[in-house]
Write a protein that binds this ligand. Structure first.
Ligand SMILES: *Cc1c(COP(=O)(O)O)cnc(C)c1O
Length: 219
């Protein structure tokens, strides 16, 4: 059995290799450990190994797990990567440093209002429905320009674009499309790549990979 620290080091090495193949600086790629559904006991060894960025997809679950860990360890940054209801905006703004799932102006307004109240401004990614799938989160490709403009006019810093490509098909064309859209709108951050496809995502420009299974489970 490999340890969480070993799995993390292996993934960091793979990120470096993919970046070098694409003539990119490996330091430009950040690893988020997706800890949704994982216990505090599973998370702690990764923190001890030096991991500082963590992703959660449910506000209630994150609130149950993280305050105690944040009190014990310094420098941790929490990322909201799941769909967010506007009625959770106040809690999200207080807990998260980065929100990857901003896909509509009503949510952006709720977050902006709560940010001003709380005196805390998490950075936000505009989530794009890159495969134009019904039932999937993310704003339509046709609405990206307006969403980016709205974030730039808000009190929240724009971190970049985020997407989850359609399941079960080759993800590279979707990563390439998101990268092209980012360039077109002068956006530098790209939150793409999960356990199964982070190498391809890094080769195609990802600056932030979100990895869960490959960090927490043996292959
Ligand atoms: C769960 C999740 C991930 C991590 O997926 P793995 O395949 O376990 O690495 C990444 N991004 C989002 C939005 C997720 O919900």
């Amino acid at each position: 059995m490999t340890s969480a620290a070993d799995r993390r080091q292996h993934i960091l090495d793979e990120i470096d290799r993919a970046a070098e193949l694409a003539k990119r600086d490996p330091a430009d790629v950040q690893l988020i450990a997706v800890s949704k559904g994982r216990s505090v006991e599973e998370i702690e060894p990764l923190i001890e190994a030096g991991q500082r960025d963590f992703g959660e997809n449910r506000v209630q679950e994150a609130l149950a797990k993280w305050p105690a860990l944040l009190a014990r360890y310094s420098g941790i940054r929490l990322h909201e990567i799941g769909q967010l209801q506007s009625n959770k905006a106040a809690e999200a703004v207080k807990l998260f440093d980065v929100i990857h799932s901003v896909d509509r102006s009503s949510l952006l307004s709720a977050l902006s209002k709560e940010a001003e109240k709380a005196g805390r401004s998490p950075a936000v990614y505009v989530q794009v429905n890159i495969g134009e799938e019904e039932q999937k989160g993310g704003c339509a490709i046709a609405h990206i320009a307006a969403m980016i403009e709205a974030v730039r006019a808000s009190p929240l810093p724009l971190a970049g674009l985020m997407a989850i490509p359609p399941l079960g098909v080759e993800p590279a064309p979707y990563f390439a499309l998101l990268a092209k859209l980012a360039r077109r709108h002068d956006v530098t951050g790209l939150s793409i790549g999960m356990s199964g496809d982070f190498r391809a995502a890094v080769m195609l420009g990802s600056t932030t990979v979100r990895v869960g299974t490959a960090l927490f489970e043996d292959a």
